[in-house]
Design a protein. Structure first.
Length: 331
């Protein structure tokens, strides 16, 4: 058995703490991995001024997967790590799917919640189109366009249909704002309708994003798979975390399904500097992210065991390492 080569980006704050526990869980499955740590994030930027040098990006590309903790420190200005590290990786490695699963948490009101959001991850308002005119004058103009290519939208929608087809409920909802974003929304709707013809066994729906927010709060169990654009996906996945198991359990996979670059697995949560170093961060989001990594590496049995162990210990409370121990003990 050849070991999977994993690049580890612990990052800042609680990032390294939760990633260490997630790696322990992965090793406990018996799947062979070989890890290389990358020093990336706010701490490195403050020390050296570097965010993600191109040679390191190219090195990352060659790994079988990248496992991340969280990046960000309060002293780094907004945008530096977001654009320079996370989005740079998403764009350069063509991680065009951001897959985020949501399961019911320990509290009862959200029983039956089991849905996934497929967020387009390389286009939309995140593409960086726009700029300033007459900056710092009274006549200043800032534009921030939304880039939607038929290819980019269609590959994301096709991925979502395939995913929905593999699930029991076989249902896919397109979330957008077609009533106002009449250009981008129209392209999304047409691409959705066209791809839907290839999947006659998948039921479909369309919800405006504002209405989807109400539905997510009132009854998130109505959703199976949601597909949406980059910015809407960013927003509704925080909401998804809040109405399901909480942000401490919200995992994500930045996938390049064409496998032309290493996919990147990370919790949705941030580096939480306020609780860093205390050993109290919930490692579940990192562990579920690691399970998604195992799945993507073809280790479906191990991935299923990890997910099952996380579900079996859903009521377990305690420190970061205690939760990790509990999950490993039922593996
Ligand atoms: C997320 C984060 C990122 C995003 C930021 C940190 C760039 O909020 O992964 O959801 O907006 O995509
Ligand atoms: Mn976000």
């Amino acid at each position: 058995m050849t070991a999977h080569r994993i690049a580890v980006v612990g990052g800042d704050g609680i990032g390294p703490e939760v990633v260490a526990v997630a790696l322990d869980v992965v090793r406990a499955t018996g799947v062979a991995i070989e890890t290389v740590e990358f020093d990336l994030g706010g701490a490195r930027y403050l020390r050296t001024g570097e965010v993600l040098p191109d040679d390191e990006l190219e090195e990352l590309r060659g790994f079988d997967a990248i496992l991340g903790g969280a990046v960000g420190t309060p002293d780094v200005p907004p945008g530096v790590l977001e654009r320079g590290l996370l989005l740079k990786m998403r764009f350069a490695l063509d991680l065009y799917i951001n897959l985020r699963p949501f399961l019911a948490g320990p509290n009862r009101h959200n029983d039956g919640v089991d849905f996934l959001v497929v967020r387009e991850n390389t286009e939309g308002t995140y593409a960086g189109e726009g700029g300033f005119l007459r900056k710092d004058t009274a006549h200043e103009i800032a534009t921030q366009g939304s880039v939607n290519t038929r290819m980019g939208v269609e590959r994301c929608i096709r991925y979502a249909f395939e995913l929905a087809q593999s699930r029991d409920r076989r249902h896919l909802t397109l979330v957008h704002k077609t009533n106002v974003l009449t250009f981008a929304g129209d392209l999304w709707q047409r691409a959705f309708d066209a791809v839907a013809l290839e999947f006659p066994d998948v039921g479909t729906a369309y919800h405006h994003v504002d209405a989807a927010c109400i539905y997510l709060v009132e009854d998130p169990s109505r959703y199976d798979v949601i597909v949406t654009d980059n910015l809407f996906g960013d927003i509704i996945t925080d909401l998804g975390g809040a109405v399901s198991g909480g942000i401490g359990r919200a995992a994500s996979a930045n996938l390049n399904p064409a496998r032309t670059g290493a996919s990147f697995f990370e919790p949705v949560h941030g580096s939480a500097p306020d609780i860093a170093g205390k050993g109290i961060a919930d490692p579940r989001a990192a562990i579920i992210s690691a399970a998604m990594m195992l799945e993507f590496l073809g280790e479906s049995d191990a991935a299923a065991r990890v997910r099952k162990a996380v579900n079996a210990t859903t009521d377990t409370t305690g420190s970061t390492s205690q939760i990790g121990d509990a999950i490993r003990s039922v593996l």
